[in-house]
Design a protein around this ligand. Structure first.
Ligand code: SAH
Ligand code: SF4
Ligand code: F3S
Length: 463
C-alpha cells in the first residue's frame, strides 16, 4: 500500500508524529531511541498515542516463544489504526524493525502487505531515506542486508536524554553460536565500536544531564574496539576512561559472557568506584554436559571460579544470571546441577526461561526434546529458589546506608524513586528537586518489588 504524496515528511504545515513500540532486550531500547533521533530532524515528535502517529515503528524480538506470531497479531492491531486514520484522511506508515524483521524479512510483507518498511537491526540508519522512498515511489521497502557501512557512522548525536540514566551500545552481534540462540543470525557477527565514538556519545549524554550509563552489547565484555592510540582497547580500559568523565557517577555493562570475563575486568570492579557492583553474567545451566551441548565454552566450575574472583575483588558485588531449563537432552540430574550452582553462587536477581526451539538453531533439530510438563516443573522449582535468594538479598540491605540515584517521582505523593548500586528500586519521602542526584539513604523496609528508606541528611554523596 503506497501513498504517493510526501505527507510523511512535510514539516512546515503541521507537526508529524512517531510512535515506537519496543520489545526485547536493552539493545532494542537503544535502537528505538536512535530511530527517534534519526527522525527528529525530519520534524517527527514522539507520541504515546498510536492513533496520533504518522509513522508507527514496531521494534521486534525473536529470542523465544511465538515471536513471529506475536508480531503478526500486533500488526493486525496497527492495521486497524492505519485504516481508521485513512478514514479520517491521514496517511500512516508502518515499519517493522528489529530481530523478527531480520529473520523473517520478505515474509512479513507477504503476510502483511499493509506494512510499508521492513528493516533489520543493522540498517535502521537508512530509515529516513526509506520513508522518503515509500513516499515517493511505489511498493514497500525492505532493508535486511548486513551492510558494509556501520550504522553508527550515520546516527546523529543524541539531542535529548530520556532521563538520568541512558543506554549506550558499544558492541553488537555474536560469533558464539550457542545451540539455542538466534542472535548470531539476527544481529550478525561481533563488532565493536571505536573508543572515540563511544567517548563522544557518553560525553554528549552527560552534557544532557545523564548520570548513569549502561554499556550494551550482546557480548559486551568481548568488547575490543579501536582506541585513539591505535591499539585495541578492552572493556576494562574503556570503563577506566569513561570513569574520568565529569558527572558520570555510575557505569554498568550488560550482557556479559563468562568466557570473556577476564582478569582486567574483574580488577576494574575493585579499582573503579563508578563501575557498579552488579554483574549480569548468564550461565544458562549448572551441568557440564548441558553447557557442552549448548556450546557455551566453559564448565560450571569455571563459572564458580570467576564468581569467586569477582567476590574477592568487590565483596559486595550483586550477581544476576539467565537460566534455561529443558534444553534438549537435559536430564533430571543435569537440572539438579543447575539448582546446586544457584545454591553455591547465590543471585541477587535472575531471569529463567523454558527452552524454546528457535528455527535455524542447532538445538531445535535435536531429537531429545524435553517434555513441556517437565520443563514447567523444573522452571517452577528453579524460580522458587531464585525468588528466595532475591528476597534474601533485598532483606540483607535493610539497615544499610546506600547511595541511591534518584531518577523519578515515586508512586505515592511526596515520594521519589531511584536505584541502588545493586539495581534495586528504592523509594523515599523527599523533595522532587533531588531527582537527578545521588544521595545516601538508610534502607528501612523490604517490600515485594522495592525497598523503602529515608534520606541521611548529614552528608550526601556527590550529586
Ligand atoms: N548474549 C547473552 C544472552 C542474550 S539472549 C548471553 O550470551 O548470555 C538473553 C537470554 O535469553 C539468554 O541468556 C537465554 O537465557 C535466553 N534465551 C535465548 N535463547 C533462548 C531459547 N531458545 N529458549 C529459551 N531461552 C532463550
Ligand atoms: Fe546468544 Fe550465545 Fe551469543 Fe549470547 S553468546 S547472544 S546466548 S549465541
Ligand atoms: Fe531479542 Fe534481538 Fe535482543 S532477538 S533479545 S531483540 S538481540
Amino acid at each position: 500500500m503506497v501513498d504517493s504524496d510526501l505527507s510523511y515528511i512535510t514539516t512546515q504545515t503541521n507537526q508529524r508524529y512517531l510512535h515506537v513500540i519496543t520489545w526485547g532486550c536493552q539493545m532494542n531500547v537503544y535502537d528505538s531511541n536512535r530511530m527517534v533521533d534519526l527522525l527528529r530532524p525530519l520534524g517527527y515528535k514522539v507520541t504515546n498515542e498510536a492513533e496520533q502517529a504518522d509513522v508507527l515503528v514496531l521494534n521486534t524480538c525473536h529470542i523465544r516463544d511465538k515471536a513471529t506470531e506475536k508480531v503478526f497479531s500486533e500488526l493486525g492491531r496497527l492495521k486497524q489504526i492505519k485504516d481508521y486514520r485513512k478514514e479520517q484522511g491521514h496517511n500512516t506508515l508502518i515499519a517493522v524493525a528489529g530481530c523478527v524483521a531480520q529473520a523473517e524479512g520478505k515474509m512479513i510483507l507477504q503476510r502483511a502487505p499493509y506494512v510499508d518498511i521492513v528493516l533489520g537491526p543493522q540498517t535502521y540508519h537508512r530509515l529516513p531515506k526509506m520513508i522518503l522512498d515509500v513516499a515517493r515511489k511505489t511498493g514497500n521497502v525492505i532493508e535486511t542486508d548486513f551492510p558494509v557501512e556501520s550504522k553508527f557512522d550515520f546516527l546523529p548525536a543524541p539531542e535529548e536524554a530520556a532521563g538520568y540514566t541512558a543506554f549506550l551500545t558499544i558492541q553488537e552481534g555474536c560469533d558464539k553460536f550457542c545451540s539455542f540462540c538466534v542472535v548470531p543470525y539476527t544481529r550478525g557477527s561481533e563488532e565493536s565500536r571505536p573508543v572515540q565514538a563511544i567517548l563522544d556519545e557518553a560525553n554528549r549524554l552527560c552534557d544532557l544531564g545523564v548520570k548513569e550509563i549502561s554499556l550494551l552489547g550482546q557480548n559486551v565484555n568481548a568488547y575490543h574496539g579501536q582506541g585513539p592510540d591505535g591499539n585495541t582497547w578492552n572493556l576494562a580500559k574503556l570503563a577506566e576512561k569513561l570513569s574520568t568523565i565529569p558527572g558520570l557517577s555510575r557505569i554498568r555493562y550488560t550482557t556479559s559472557h563468562p568466557r570473556d570475563m577476564d582478569d582486567s575486568l574483574i580488577d576494574a570492579h575493585r579499582d573503579l568506584p563508578s563501575l557498579m557492583p552488579f554483574l549480569h553474567l548468564p550461565v544458562q545451566s549448572g551441568s557440564d554436559r548441558v553447557l557442552k551441548a549448548m556450546n557455551r565454552g566453559h564448565t560450571a566450575d569455571e563459572y564458580r571460579k570467576i564468581i569467586d574472583k569477582l567476590k574477592k575483588a568487590r565483596p559486595d558485588i550483586a550477581l544476576s544470571s539467565d537460566f534455561i531449563v529443558g534444553h534438549p537432552g537435559e536430564s533430571i540430574d543435569d537440572f539438579k546441577a543447575t539448582m546446586q550452582l544457584v545454591k553455591d553462587v547465590t543471585f541477587a536477581q535472575a531471569f529463567s526461561f523454558k527452552y524454546s526451539p528457535r528455527p535455524g538453531t542447532s538445538a531445535a533439530l535435536s531429537s531429545y526434546q524435553v517434555a513441556e510438563e517437565e520443563k514447567n516443573e523444573r522452571l517452577q522449582e528453579l524460580q522458587a529458589l531464585l525468588r528466595d535468594q532475591q528476597t534474601q538479598f533485598n532483606q540483607n540491605t535493610v539497615g544499610r546506608q546506600i547511595p541511591i540515584l534518584f531518577t523519578n517521582t515515586g508512586r505515592k505523593n511526596g515520594q521519589i524513586a531511584g536505584k541502588s548500586p545493586y539495581l534495586q528500586a528504592v523509594h523515599v519521602n523527599a523533595d522532587e528537586n533531588l531527582i537527578g542526584q545521588e544521595r545516601m539513604v538508610l534502607v528501612e523496609e523490604c517490600l515485594t518489588n522495592s525497598l523503602s528508606g529515608s534520606l541521611i541528611h548529614k552528608e550526601g554523596v556527590s550529586s
